[in-house]
Design a protein around this ligand. Structure first.
Ligand code: DI6
Ligand code: FE
Length: 435
């Protein structure tokens, strides 16, 4: 048994809000479950010798907001004495899912653009004609803060009901000082409406707004000023950019990344989505937490990620929606030991999905990930892509974020297409959803 004292000393936190609970917090026992702990040889922990860290007839003890013990029910410590006991009824208990790449705050939708694309217009054609991202920018600016909050909270609720307990949310549909700030503030406020953790990312370099047409370098300079102010207000956890021929060059992105580094903020990048623009290699020089999309990533780009330890966040929803045929270099990334994560990339243009479980299926079917790789991609590797070391696995000392599913084995959830088999969601030790 690992007692709470050990659990507390093993805990790695990323900030005061994630500190371990005091020892007088209630102890809750979860029994009658199959556990997918995602422990492995490197991390140790119960189940490390099995694929998925699987433990049949498992149990978890939480103390306050953190995990105190994980193992077989038959090995439960005699002195466990929980304050509450929950019978999982044979459910599958996994770490809370982590959606490491979303654009959840925006106004309007792009269903008309979807029709145009089906009639032959390409994503780039529409963007160059002032539609695409810019049409969502117009709708986002026109919406009130309360409207944006209500819509984004509704979207986050759908994710939560599927077992997602941590969500990264990017700005990038405001593209002015006022509207970028407001998007980040709305993202922060979602965590006051729902029990989830929200990590915010500034994505001012998503597109050049009309006010700066033909002056992209000036826009980068201006957005660096906004970033300093947003950071001073505590609104930003990371900095991202869209590095692409229709967006920003590696040299332009490097300028905002240099400011991020100065402010102590980690960076991530939309890289090699539509073409090989060399963004990944540049991002590696800034020790990027992740590079995302990566369909056009070259062998050199893979090596750069290997060296920097950046996580590859694959986004099968956007690949599918754009009817892309260029596959991300999964075999190369896997062979190079680059950690693979998956996310919804929820956005109104290229990935209007709110199902991270569907992304498990798509990653297996379209990208040929194994179901276990897909699962690690929405748990342990997704946590890494956000720089969070206190979640993504069921280990003593980690946050007690988990989900219970009507399934006997995690691979069933990668195999199903659609449906919501999530039965219960626990955030920070609290039962927040019971169906
Ligand atoms: N890549 C994407 O797939 C989204 N942003 C990005 O940089 C698309 C955003 C949109 O079309 O609204
Ligand atoms: Fe994206």
């Amino acid at each position: 048994m690992v007692d709470v004292g050990v659990a507390r000393s093993a805990l790695m936190t990323d900030g005061a809000e994630h500190m371990v609970a005091p020892v007088d917090m209630p102890r809750r026992l979860w029994r009658g479950v199959t556990l997918a702990t995602f422990a492995d040889a490197g991390s140790g922990g119960a189940g490390a010798d099995q694929p998925y860290g699987l433990i049949e007839n498992g149990a978890v003890i939480t103390q306050g907001s953190h995990i105190a013990w994980v193992g077989r029910e038959s090995e439960l410590p005699a002195q466990a004495a929980p304050d509450e006991e929950h019978d999982g009824g044979g459910a599958l208990l996994t770490p809370g899912l982590i959606d490491a790449h979303t654009h959840l705050v925006y106004g309007g939708d792009r269903a008309a653009e979807f029709e145009q694309r089906l009639q032959g217009a390409t994503y780039e054609d529409i963007a160059r004609a002032g539609g695409g991202i810019m049409s969502t920018v117009r709708a986002t600016r026109a919406a009130s803060e309360e409207e944006l909050l209500a819509q984004a909270t509704a979207r986050a609720t759908v994710l939560l009901h599927e077992g997602v307990t941590t969500i990264e949310i990017k700005s990038g549909y405001g593209l002015s000082a006022e509207h970028e700030r407001r998007s980040l503030a709305v993202a922060r406020r979602i965590a006051t409406q729902l029990p989830i953790t929200v990590r915010t990312t500034s994505l001012a370099l998503h597109a050049v707004p009309p006010e700066f047409a033909g002056r992209a370098d000036d826009y980068v300079t201006e957005s660096a000023r906004w970033l300093r102010a947003q950071h001073a207000e505590g609104l930003v956890d990371a900095v991202d950019a869209f590095c692409e021929r229709i967006a920003f060059s590696p040299a332009q992105v490097a300028r905002i990344f240099a400011v991020a580094r100065e402010l102590g903020l980690p960076v991530k990048l939309h890289a090699e989505q539509l073409s090989d623009s060399g963004g990944t290699a540049m991002a590696a020089t800034f020790d990027a937490l992740s590079c995302d999309h990566l369909e056009y990533l070259s062998a050199d780009g893979v090596q750069a990620m290997q060296r920097s330890g950046s996580v590859a966040v694959l986004l099968p929803g956007a690949y599918y929606m754009l009817r892309e045929t260029q596959l991300p270099p999964v075999a190369g990334l896997r062979g190079g030991g680059v950690a693979l994560a998956l996310a919804t990339d929820h956005n109104p243009g290229t990935s209007p999905t709110l199902s991270l479980l569907l992304m498990l299926n798509m990653a297996c079917t379209l990208f040929r990930l194994t179901p276990e790789e897909a699962w690690r991609g929405v748990t342990v590797h997704a946590a890494r892509a956000l720089g969070l070391r206190d979640r993504g696995r069921l280990l003593p000392g980690m946050r007690a974020d988990f989900a219970l599913f009507d399934a006997g084995h995690p691979r069933e959830l990668a195999y199903r297409i659609g449906g919501t088999p999530c039965r219960r969601v626990i955030c920070g030790g609290q039962d927040v959803r019971r169906s």
